[in-house]
Design a binder for this molecule. Structure first.
Ligand code: GLA
Length: 433
């Protein structure tokens, strides 16, 4: 075992030396890996449910269930270890997994996942320590990237704790270079909580950037609390708080570089309606869909939400345009997302505490989206409207031949829908030929 470790260390050192003396010196900017996130990444992460209580058996069980319940088929291919997988650095500075939590080693875990159609994600931090105080990558960026590549890692989430006065642009570019130099395509998920507005500078650095602080298990805003000294305490953000911060950033998202409003809390304690609304809003915002629940123990409702293929298709649409909120009207919000082939996703959200009967007047919902150059043109284009969360409902059309004065003319067919409290109705609109 000791001999294998020495051999491994020597070969990693040789690889690192090779890079230093090749054309691609560590100081020279290297391009990020392209083609890894043409649509927002999908997977599962250990953090929201298990925090640092992760170990090999649990992760293998999650992997098995992701296959068994059709999650991998639905597109959730990344299985991401978040904080707490780490062991110690060795004398040469190479990081190793915690031997008690992962006795078979990270490479064996990667092999296990790859054999099941999954990919392995890992977590580190640009500072001296991770947020849960394990070893950060500061000063070890290239060594860590080589180790991840050696293990067969496919995804890196890179956090921002214990960074003191480091410049985020430099720190994230350094890790991007290291990942490229290490030679294995690894999706780079930046997690600096939006502090330095990464959407303005990181399109060629990472594949996604967090736009906010951490999500909590709450649909509505979580109140701020203060410590005995009157200072505000750290708080998680409710789904609707995150939506307010992420929605205005739509111009910055696109294929290969996404706004990340944090991992999903579906199945972690909100009501089924709230889970459905949360999932829908993430899809409308073309967000990475990283599940955060206990896959080994979930309700049929949770499974139905996270595997709704039509809703996932809205998130994963190849146009890659983040949706927009057309308007707010009291507790109601009207959202649209331009999709490929002239389609649109349309959703009505009710943030209030009572069900509302909503009249849907297409002419009052006209969208002219300068970002995508798309318009709904409800007065001219006739759409077939399919209910995404209730596919058994009969599809209807937005225009029909008028009667009376408008005889023979195509006129809007308005309708009405009931939207339950903290819930959505969502439709896919497809132009009729
Ligand atoms: C930060 C991140 C979270 C999670 C924890 C792990 O808070 O924003 O998503 O990774 O660290 O400690």
């Amino acid at each position: 075992m000791k001999r294998i470790k020495t051999l491994l260390t020597v070969s990693l050192l040789l690889m690192a030396v090779q890079v230093c003396f090749s054309q691609r010196t560590p100081d020279k900017p290297l391009p990020k890996w392209e083609g890894l996130a043409d649509t927002p990444q999908m997977g599962w992460s250990s953090w929201n449910k298990f925090q640092t209580n992760i170990h090999e058996d649990l992760i293998k069980d999650i992997a098995d269930k992701m296959v068994e319940y059709g999650l991998v088929d639905a597109g959730y291919v990344y299985l991401n270890l978040d904080d707490g997988w780490h062991g110690e650095r060795d004398a040469q500075g190479f990081i190793h997994e915690d031997p008690e939590k992962f006795p078979s080693g990270m490479k064996a875990l990667a092999d296990y996942l790859h054999a099941r159609g999954l990919k392995l994600g890992i977590y580190s931090d640009a500072g001296t320590n991770t947020c849960a105080c394990y070893a950060g990558s500061l000063g070890h960026e290239y060594q860590d990237a080589f180790m991840y590549a050696h293990w067969g890692v496919d995804y890196l989430k890179y956090d921002w704790c214990y960074t003191n006065n480091i410049n985020p642009k430099g720190a994230y570019a350094l890790m991007r270079n290291a990942l490229r130099a290490a030679g294995r395509p690894i999706l780079f998920s930046m997690c600096e909580w939006g502090s330095s507005k990464p959407w303005e500078w990181a399109a060629d650095v990472g594949h996604s950037w967090r736009t906010t602080g951490d999500i909590g298990i709450s649909f509505m805003p979580i109140p701020l609390r203060r410590g005995p000294d009157g200072r505000p305490l750290w708080k998680a953000l409710g789904v609707m708080e995150i939506v307010e911060m992420n929605e205005p950033l739509r111009q910055y998202a696109g294929p290969g570089h996404w706004n990340d409003p944090d991992m999903l809390e579906v199945g972690n304690g909100m009501s089924v309606s709230e889970d459905r609304a949360h999932f829908t809003l993430w899809c409308m915002m073309a967000a990475p869909l990283i599940l955060g629940n206990d896959i080994t123990n979930m309700t049929p409702e949770t499974l139905a939400i996270i595997t709704n293929r039509e809703m996932i298709a809205v998130d994963q649409d190849p146009l890659g345009i983040q949706g927009l909120r057309l308007k707010k009207d009291g507790d109601l919000q009207y959202w649209f997302k331009p999709l490929s082939d002239g389609d649109w996703a349309f959703c009505i959200l009710n943030t209030g505490d009572a069900a509302v009967m909503v009249p849907v007047d297409w002419t009052a919902l006209e969208v002219n989206d300068t970002l995508s150059g798309r318009a709904t043109s409800f007065g001219i284009v006739n759409y077939t409207v399919r209910n995404i969360w209730n596919p058994a409902a009969k599809p209807f059309t937005t225009l029909a031949k008028g009667r009376g004065k408008q005889r023979g003319q195509m006129v809007p067919v308005n309708t009405q829908v009931v939207v339950d409290p903290h819930d959505v109705v969502a439709f896919r609109l497809t132009p009729k030929q």
